[in-house]
Write a protein that binds this ligand. Sequence first.
Ligand code: ADP
Ligand code: MG
Ligand code: MG
Length: 901
Amino acid sequence: MAKNIYDFDEGGREMAGLLGGKGAGLAEMTRMGLPVPPGFTVTTEACRSYLLTGAEPAGLRDELERHLSVLERAAGRRLGDPHAPLLLSVRSGARFSMPGMMETVLDIGLTDATVHGLAGTGGGKRFAYDSYRRLLQMYGSTVLGLHRGLFESALTRLKTARGLADDRALTADDLADLVEVYKAVIRSAAGEDFPQDPREQLHRSVQAVFHSWNSERARLYRRREHIPDDLGTAVNIQMMVFGNHGPRSGTGVAFTRDPATGRPGVYGDYLAGAQGEDVVSGVRDALPLAELEQLDPAAYRALRGYLALLETHYRDLCDVEFTVDDGTLWMLQTRIGKRTAEAAFRIAAQLADEGLITQDEALARVTGEQLGRLLFPRFADSTGRRPLAHGVPASPGAAIGAAVFDSAEAVRRAAAGEKVVLIRRETTPDDLPGMVAAQAVLTSRGGKTSHAAVVARGMGKVCVCGAEQLTVDPAGRRFTTPDGTVVAEGDVISVDGTAGTVHLGVLTLRTSPVAAYLESGDAGDLVGDDLVRAVDRLLHHADGLRRMEVRANADTPEDAARARRFGAQGIGLCRTEHMFLGERRRLVEAMILARSDTERRQALKALLPLQRADFTGILAAMDGLPVTIRLLDPPLHEFLPDRTALTARLAAAEARGETPEPHDRELLAAVESMHEVNPMLGLRGVRLALVAPGLIAMQVRALAEAVVDRRRAGGDPHAEIMVPLVASATELRLVKTEIKQVLAEVSTATGTDVDLSVGTMIELPRAALTAGRIAEEAEFFSYGTNDLTQTVWGMSRDDVEAEFFPAYLAQGVFDTSPFETLDRDGVGRMVRIATAEGRETRPGLVTGVCGEHGGDPASVRFFDRAGLDYVSCSPFRVPVARLEAARARLDDAHRHTGDTR
Ligand code: ADP
Ligand code: MG
Ligand code: MG
C-alpha cells in the first residue's frame, strides 16, 4: 500500500512534489534542527486520489492514527484529552506556493470539554476561549462553507455592545459568550452542530483542505500563474503553538533580505498577542520586525540566527512565518521568497559575491521578463490613490502627459516640447507617429497583444490597453469615466503601465538607472549603483555563455544605433514599408496610378534616391554587422487613402454641387479595383515582386548602391536581402533571378562587386513543409513567426484577440496567447521541420527568427533548443533576449522553475 503520510523528520526540501512546498520546508527545517512544532504531512498523491475517487485512499485513517500517536508522544498531550488537550493545525500546501488561495484550520481539538483543560494548563480562560472562537470561525467557513461575514458581524456586534475597538480588549467572559454565539451561527446556517469530537474535526478539516485545491480562486490563481491543475495539495498536520498566549507571545513573518530591493537587513512584521492569519489579514497594524528586539531580545536573536542559517542553507532569499509562544520561538514555515525584479538582480549578484552561488546559478535566478521591467521608469507609488480606470498592463512603466486624442495632435504638441499621452479606442499603423511622439498609449479596447500593446512594448513605451470603463470620444477630444469624470484634451494624466491604471494629475516619477546604463552602452558613471552593477555583470556573463546571436528589428538609423548600444549583433529584420509613408505616399500613389511604363518608371526613379539614403543610414549605424533588408511586404493599397474616407470625400463634394477632384476619382477607382476581402492572404510579399513591375528592382538597386556608397566612404556594410511570404521554391527562384540581375548591373556600373546574399522568410506552412526545396534557392531562413502563427492556426491576430481569445484562455485552449509565446507543438514543429530539411539541402544554412517571439523569454528558450543561429527582436528587447539566450544554455538543474512562484 502506498505511504500517504510522512513525519516532518522523514521529509526534506527535495520532496516538494510529494509533500508540497510547505511540507518540504517544514521537514527541511526539522532536519536542520530548527524549532518546528512536531507534525506530519499527508501527500499530494493522497489528495489527487481523493479528488479523483471522492474517497480517502484506503488505510489513510489508520496511518493518520499511527502518526498522531507519535505526535502526541512528542507533544506530551493528547487530542481530546480534557485535562491537557493537544491542539492541531491542518494546513494546505501545494508544490508551488499559492499564497492564501487554499485553506487552513487552526486550533483543532477544542471542544466544550477540552477548552477548560486548555485554560487550566497555564493558558488561562481568556486564551482558551480566544482559541476556541478562532476554531469555530475557521471550521465554519472552511469546512462548512459558511460566509466569513456571518462570524465577523457577530464579533463586531459584540465589540460595539462592549464599546471596544480591539479584539484584544475582549475579556474571557466576552469570548466565552462569543463562542456560544458562533456555535449558534453554525447551527442555524449549516444545519448541524459544531462537532464535539476532535477526530471528526480533524478528518473533516483534512477533506476540506483537499477540496480547497479546487476552489474557484485557487483555479483562477493557477491559470494566471501557469500552475498545472492536477497537482493537488498536501495537508500538514501540526501541533499548535500560540501567539495569542499573553503578552510574551506573538506571531510574525520575516525575510532574510528586503524582497523589494534585495538589500540585506531585517525585514518583516510582528504582531504581539496574535495568532495565525492576523498578521497578513491586517486586522491590526503590525510592528516592524526590528521592534521585537525590544519586546523579546532572546527570541529576536534566535530568529536572526535562523534567518541567516536558512539563507545560507537555501542559498537564496527565504521568507518565514514564526510564532513566539510565551517566550519560546517556533518556526512555522519557510520558502524561497518572491521578489521584485530589482531585488532579483541584486540578490543574485550579492549571493554570487558572497560565494554562495556560481555565476551560472546567479543567471538562473533572474529572468528576461524581470530585466524588461527594470528598463521602464516607475511611479514612486500609485497605490494610495484611486485610479480613473483599470486596463490591461500591456507595457510596464510610468508616464505622465497631457491627454491627446489623435496622432497628429500628439506629434504637434510633442514637437512643441509637451509630454503627451495618446488616447485611442484602439490604434492602427496610422497612429504610429503619435505613438512615437507620446509618453504613453492608452486604449479602451484590445488586449496584451493588440496593436497598441505590441507596438508600445516594442518601442519601450508605457501602455495600458483595454480600459473598457472609459468612453473615448475622439471627435469630442475627451474621455469619460463611469462616475462622470471628463478628461479633455490637454488635461494631465498619469499612466501606470505596471499596474494597468490611469490617474488624473501627476504622480511622482522615478527614472530607471538600468535603462540609462543600457542606453549608454556601458556602466560608466552608473557603476556606483549596485543594481546597474548587478545587471551589467549578469549580462556580461550571459554574453559569454549564450550560443545564439541576438539581432534587432530596426527600420531606421536611430533604432539601429540604439539596438547596437543595447548589444544587438546586427539587424535581423529591417522593414521597408515605412519608407513609403509620409511625403512619399504621393510617389507610391503615382506609381500605382501610372498609366504607362514611363510614368511608373518616373515614380520609381523619384523613390530610388530616397530609399538609397534610408539604407545608407542604416548600414552606417550597423557598420560591420549583418543587416537583413526585407523587400516590401504589405499590399500596395495600404499606401492609398482609405476607401470609406475617399467615398465620403467624393460624396460630400457632390452634395455641395462641386466637381470632385479627378485625382480622388482615380484613387477611388484604384482602391476599389485593388480591394481585397482578406488582404493578409492577398497580393503581398513575394507576390508583389512577381506582379508589380520594377518595384523590387528599385529596392534592390537602392540597397546595392547604398552598399557601394558605404564602401566608398570606408565603411564595412553587410547587407542581406530577404524575400517575404514565399510559399514555393519557384517564387523565390524567379525573384532571386531578378535580384541577382540588378546586383550584377550595379556591380558592372560601379566596378564594385555587390553580391548580396538572398534569403527568405519562412512564414507560411507550405514554405516550412517544402523547406528542403526552398533552401536550394535561399541562402538563409528567417522565421516570421507572427505570420507563421496566423497561418498555422488560421487566425487573423487583429480579429481574434479581441473577439474570442479571452474565452479561449479562460477555457484553457491555450494558457498563453500563441502570439505572445511560440506554440511549440504546431508552429514550433514547423520551425523544427524547416530547419532540419533546409540544412539537409544546404548544410550550415543560417536560420533566425524575426517575429515578436524573438524577444519572448519562453520562445527564446525554444529557439535555442531548436538550434537556430539567432533571434531578432525590437531594440528594447535585445538585453532581454541576450539574457534569455544564455539562460537557455543552463541545464534544467540550474534553473529555478517553480521555486520562486
Ligand atoms: P497560508 O499558506 O495561507 O500561509 P498557513 O498554513 O501557513 O496558510 O497558515 C495560516 C496561518 O496560521 C499562518 O499565519 C501560520 O503561521 C499559522 N499557523 C499554521 N500552523 C500553525 C501552528 N501549528 N501553530 C501556530 N500557528 C500556525
Ligand atoms: Mg503560511
Ligand atoms: Mg510577415
